[in-house]
Design a protein around this ligand. Sequence first.
Ligand code: SF4
Length: 287
Amino acid sequence: MMFPKWLTKRVNFTGRFKATETLLKGLNLNTVCESAGCPNRPECFGEGTATFMILGDVCTRDCSFCAVGNGFPLPIDPGEPLRIARAVHSLGLRHVVITSVTRDDLPDGGALQFARTIHQVRSLNPGVSIETLIPDFQGSTEALLLVIEARPEVIGHNLETVPSLYNSIRPQADYHRSLELLKFVKLTNPAVLTKSGIMLGLGESEEEVIEVMTDLRKVGCDCLTIGQYLRPSRMHVEVEEYVSPERFERFKRTAHDMGFSRVASAPFVRSSYKAGELVGGLLRSFS
Ligand code: SF4
């Protein structure tokens, strides 16, 4: 399959790129930007922003699209929340995105570490808004409550793809469990913005994408991101289709018509790409 011209990106390691990289390395922090080989890293690091990935850099699941390594993770690092809070301070972030590897080995799936990180970031950085992009905690509402009660402004959980592809793309995940998670967040605290993301180009049909959007609206999901799947290596599932920017634009219009408050839909969109800008106006209206 020909690589389309709209996916060629001029890479510029400018601005604060080096300073951001050095700071994160110095504090021994993981980012999904590096671990997942995100194509937007030069731009985001250059602007002095990053998405923190807590609970180590080894995932207990093996989704066939994801570049994050999997295997046996290390124990929880108790110093990690404070180091993230310091990084947020040094970078001068106003909106922070915190995600994690999936930790099915932990009884709470790592939810307490999310809560500790939220508290620590907030106490060192008053006024900052916090977005968490969480795993499914294997459906544990107790674990999920730990995160909700820490009061992040945004709780995101990505559906990643359409349900017919779960077996091949996310074998340990469950589409309906993920929808239930988003629904539970909204029912527990309607003021929390909920957000989800999907990738296109894995073999899904247009109708299936619309069904996913419909399902997300049914559980009250506020924000949606849609981006192109890019194969991280030859070990990962192949790209079935490079979706045109025009089709991304069409999905964006459809999503807005369905009632999503914020939608980002374009080939290079990732769930944390310009996350603060995406939810900015909404955060003010919720506060
Ligand atoms: S889009 Fe998100 S994951 Fe990618 S570099 Fe930017 S902040 Fe990191």
